[in-house]
Design a protein around this ligand. Structure first.
Ligand code: PLP
Length: 410
């Protein structure tokens, strides 16, 4: 048996293992010091009580004949699909039909698996810095060419930097697929309606498919900013949207997400003609996915009850306040961080021209705070650093003070 050479030749996923190694070495040398982890994008607040109650009640029901459910429908229970359409779309002027929404176990699985719908030689474009799943999943399918000097030869990258205000410059040469993450991980920045419209128009003109990852949409504080790409005219003809309950409602461990594939979205067939992406994904899911468990979908449905909405808003506000504390501390130390207003991530240039890794080591040794070096997200992340607002208030406040003092000490 020969292995998939594309996976075998991939560069190691060094970011979080490298962080763990450096932290482990530091801890071994400095036992007793209290490290504060502000690096990984996992939530820390528990589930909203009303969501946990719905989860527990559905799980308990599974022990009764009338409350027991076996395989769930591949694309989700109608009760959850209806709640999503009503609350996340119709409330914002977007109409969808139930067969356009696919419930899944995560936006990571969906953003990683959607590439199975693309031709083997499809040209992939991503913003840089980027959530690594989009790149890795296409690399594993052999679409990105050779990996040399830190770059994939067939990958189109759209720099998003302080210089261009984190608005991707669209490539003249086009692409077949563009992955867009908004609000963005790692930069914490968002695109306005007008900025998204330009991208949608560009994609429609060139027949580019947009994979729009809106995993952080619950953090958008300004009602004028789009929460869905479908709020932009024409987007249904060009975009798939991936959403998740992970950051919206603390489901990182529970696992539930959804992907929207409008019926009018199609791709080209090799001999001419087109194929519906919705039909292709339904076919793919039918063969490779066996649904999300009933109690989890009942828990996700509870996110949309008035109580669930109120409780989850409080949790998001808690993280927002953490972001404000971090932003204030960084500004107090003379830095100009971005993000944190409509996203749980704060992104900054490192001081004194340090690399992200050098600043990582500096903060670890001076402040005992662990962040994420921008280099882990792509070439344009070099010399940048990410902090998350997902910590506890106590840790965030303590870390903010320590980081400010460390920056002032430079
Ligand atoms: N998309 C982005 C941009 C993310 O940052 C993450 C997780 O950090 C995910 C998707 C994963 O979402 P899920 O937990 O639904 O798999």
């Amino acid at each position: 048996m020969q292995v998939n050479e594309h996976i075998a030749r991939m560069p190691a996923a060094y970011l979080f293992s490298d962080i763990a190694r450096r932290v482990g070495e530091y801890e071994a040398k400095h036992p007793g010091e209290r490290l504060i982890r502000m690096g990984i994008g996992d939530v820390t607040r528990p589930l909203a009580p009303s969501v946990a109650r719905a989860f527990a009640s559905a799980a308990a029901g599974m022990a009764e004949p009338e409350g027991f459910f076996g395989y769930a429908p591949d694309s989700g229970y109608p009760f959850l699909i209806e709640a999503i359409i009503k609350n996340d779309y119709e409330a914002r002027g977007v109409s969808l039909s139930p067969d356009e929404v696919f419930i899944s176990d995560g936006a990571k699985s969906d953003t990683g698996a959607l590439q199975e719908l693309f031709a083997a030689d499809a040209r992939i474009a991503v913003t840089d810095p980027v959530y690594p799943v989009y790149v890795d999943s296409n690399a594993m399918a052999g679409r990105l060419g050779e990996y040399r000097d830190g770059k994939w030869s067939r990958l189109v990258t759209l720099p998003c930097t302080h210089g261009n205000g984190f608005v991707p410059q669209l490539p003249e040469g086009g692409a077949d697929v563009l992955y867009l993450c908004c609000p963005n991980n790692p930069t914490g920045t968002v695109l306005s309606h007008a900025q998204l419209k330009k991208i949608v128009d560009w994609a429609r003109e060139r027949e580019v498919l947009i994979i729009f990852d809106a995993a952080y949409k619950a953090f958008i504080a300004d009602p004028a900013l789009p929460r869905s790409i479908y709020e932009v005219e024409g987007a249904k003809e060009t975009a798939v949207e991936c959403c998740s309950f992970s950051k919206t409602a603390g489901f990182t461990g529970v696992r539930c997400a959804y992907t929207v594939i409008p019926r009018q979205l199609s791709g080209k067939l090799p001999g001419g003609g087109t194929a519906s992406l919705n039909a292709l994904w339904r076919r793919r899911q039918g063969s490779r996915f066996n649904g999300v468990s009933y109690p989890v979908q009942r828990a996700a449905q509870a996110v949309y009850t008035p109580e669930g909405q109120r409780e989850n808003r409080e949790i998001i506000d808690y993280y927002r306040e953490n972001a404000r504390i971090l932003l204030d501390a960084l500004r107090g130390a003379g830095r100009e961080p971005v993000g944190g207003l409509h996203a749980p991530y704060i992104w900054m240039k490192t001081p004194e021209g340090m690399s992200g890794w050098a600043f990582f080591d500096y903060l670890l040794s001076r402040a005992q705070v662990v962040g994420t070096p921008g280099e882990g997200f792509g070439e344009c992340g070099a010399g940048c650093f990410r902090l998350t607002a997902f910590g506890s208030r106590e840790n965030t406040t303590e870390a903010a003070g320590r980081v400010r003092d460390a920056l002032m000490g430079l």
